[in-house]
Design a protein around this ligand. Structure first.
Ligand code: G
Ligand code: G
Ligand code: MN
Ligand code: NA
Length: 250
């Protein structure tokens, strides 16, 4: 297809960029890390969402070169940030079905010189389910190297609770579907309260995604949620704008 060819060309020409969205400590309001998000603006097609081109790359078998190129760029950008800030990077389902993934990702950050303890990988419940044994091995290998692993889009997939029991995660990211309704809807508030309490017991960190206004931030903080992310704190921005954002907060 036209899109597939354009994407292949963009990868070869190194035209896929990576943007960064701040993740903050809700108690202190300070930035603790950034999530890397792929961005592609094609000359002919215009802006193409990663929600479209990431699954396409997976389906056509070139997610590895794409993801590795993005991690390389993201890790290089993270080297310029204060050392205490982490880089959170999304992995897709296909990457979690290949046991060589962990070694290749570790080789990239090693080559760039990023401390593995500053890297966090986001995986979804759906991705874990594709091949649970292989995914388990990848997660174990990464964590043994000091990389942290978070369960992304929590609450929207299937059998989330079983995953928390069987897998060793470091962090849970509450899907913005709950956050966006937290001020208006009691059910979402109860669900978030329960997730936060469960994570406390399991000794997992919690991030609320998609915080868009002050009221949501206040509510999540009151519910004991440790970290937050969303347009209220900052939209995804390129590496240069991210450095400016950091300078502006000091
Ligand atoms: O930024 P947002 O529209 O920007 O992202 C849409 C979706 O694409 C999200 O689910 C996000 O996790 C995913 N995504 C963004 N960048 C990457 C990436 O580098 N790798 C993978 N696997 N998913 C990504
Ligand atoms: O699936 P994942 O959580 O990785 O995707 C993150 C997605 O959420 C990206 O598309 C990102 O641009 C988007 N996003 C981040 N913050 C907000 C927000 O406050 N509101 C909305 N609507 N989307 C957000
Ligand atoms: Mn994510
Ligand atoms: Na998410």
């Amino acid at each position: 297809t036209q899109l597939e060819q354009a994407l292949r060309n963009a990868i070869i020409a190194d035209e896929i960029d990576v943007h960064f969205q701040p993740i903050v400590d809700l108690c202190t309001d300070s930035v603790v890390g950034f999530e890397a998000l792929a961005r592609w603006c094609d000359a002919d097609l215009g802006y193409v969402s990663p929600a479209l081109f990431v699954p396409l790359a997976e389906e056509r078998g070139f997610i590895d070169p794409l993801s590795e190129m993005l991690l390389h760029k993201a890790a290089q950008a993270a080297l310029c940030w204060p050392k205490e800030l982490f880089l959170s990077f999304n992995l897709s389902s296909a990457q979690l079905t290949d046991p060589t993934t962990s070694g290749r990702l570790l080789a990239i950050i090693n080559q760039v010189g990023l401390d593995p303890r500053r890297l966090e990988l986001e995986i979804t419940e759906t991705a874990v389910m594709a091949d649970a044994d292989v995914a388990q091995k990848i997660v174990t290998d990464l964590r043994a190297a000091g990389v942290r692993v978070s369960l992304d889009d929590f609450g929207t997939g299937q059998s989330s609770l079983g995953r928390l029991r069987d897998f060793s995660f470091d962090k849970v990211k509450i899907d913005r579907a709950f956050v966006s309704r937290i001020a208006a809807d009691r059910a979402s508030e109860h669900i978030v309260r329960a997730i936060v309490s469960m994570c406390e017991g399991l000794e997992l960190e919690v991030v609320a995604e998609g915080i868009e206004d002050f009221a949501e931030a206040v509510k999540l903080k009151a519910l004991g949620c440790g970290m937050g992310q969303g347009y209220f704190y900052g939209k995804p921005a390129d590496a240069v704008a991210t450095m400016r954002y950091l300078a502006g907060r000091h």
